[in-house]
Ligand binder design. Structure first.
Ligand SMILES: CC(C)(COP(=O)(O)OP(=O)(O)OC[C@H]1O[C@@H](n2cnc3c(N)ncnc32)[C@H](O)[C@@H]1OP(=O)(O)O)[C@@H](O)C(=O)NCCC(=O)NCCS
Length: 172
């Protein structure tokens, strides 16, 4: 089975929890990869299979995804191309305004891939990503808006929106 072979043959340094073929078989049986609210696509470069993208929460206003490229084929543009294609599929297929993804803070490759496709960082979860050995690392959340996707624009988050707490709340 290609899926099992792919998942056990490559390194996933930013994913906690080992995956073996039995787990993949179990997950396939229980609809982890395909179902009413999720779908999994094999990423190809036209000639060969290079990766996998699993998108979920398709019945939610904000679908999210997991993208994986084969170890030896990383940093060749496949991740960016796959994420672009995923965004196109999501916005063409679903009536949603956002596509979201979360990764570990130190996953530079994924963070740069988000940005290459027009995603904007909009969340930072301190100690929010359980890592190997139970260590808790920070996680970061990015999202792509349909409007930015359509217009080729980048809408920033207004981070300076904290209510003024220096003088205390007013009107209380
Ligand atoms: C994250 C991942 C999907 C990116 O796919 P990729 O094919 O390697 O990425 P690309 O070749 O399209 O490169 C995208 C950007 O990341 C940068 N990049 C890729 N690998 C990098 C690395 N190891 N270190 C620093 N930057 C890196 C590229 O230079 C490019 O940046 P730019 O657009 O600013 O020039 C891939 O590395 C992967 O599968 N990693 C393991 C699984 C994983 O962590 N998935 C994320 C789940 S949350």
């Amino acid at each position: 089975m290609w899926l099992g072979e792919f998942l056990v043959s490559h390194d996933w340094p930013f994913h906690a929890g080992a995956v073996d073929r039995d787990l993949v078989t179990e997950r396939l049986r229980h609809g982890y990869y395909d179902g009413p609210d999720r779908a999994t696509f094999i990423v190809t470069d036209g000639a060969q299979r290079v990766g996998l993208v699993r998108v979920e929460d398709l019945d939610d206003p904000t679908p999210t995804f997991d993208l994986r490229i084969a170890s030896a084929l990383r940093r060749q543009g496949h991740g960016t191309a796959a994420l672009r294609e995923l965004a196109r599929w999501v916005f063409d297929t679903l009536d949603v305004e956002r596509l979201e993804g979360t990764t570990r803070q130190d996953n530079v490759a994924m963070r740069r891939t988000f940005r290459a496709v027009g995603f904007v960082k909009e969340a930072h979860y301190r100690r929010g990503w359980p890592s190997h050995g139970g260590r808790l690392l920070d996680a970061v959340g990015y999202a792509l808006l349909r409007t930015d996707w359509r217009e080729g624009t980048t809408t920033s988050v207004d981070w300076n929106d904290e209510p003024d707490i220096v003088d205390g709340p007013t009107g209380v």
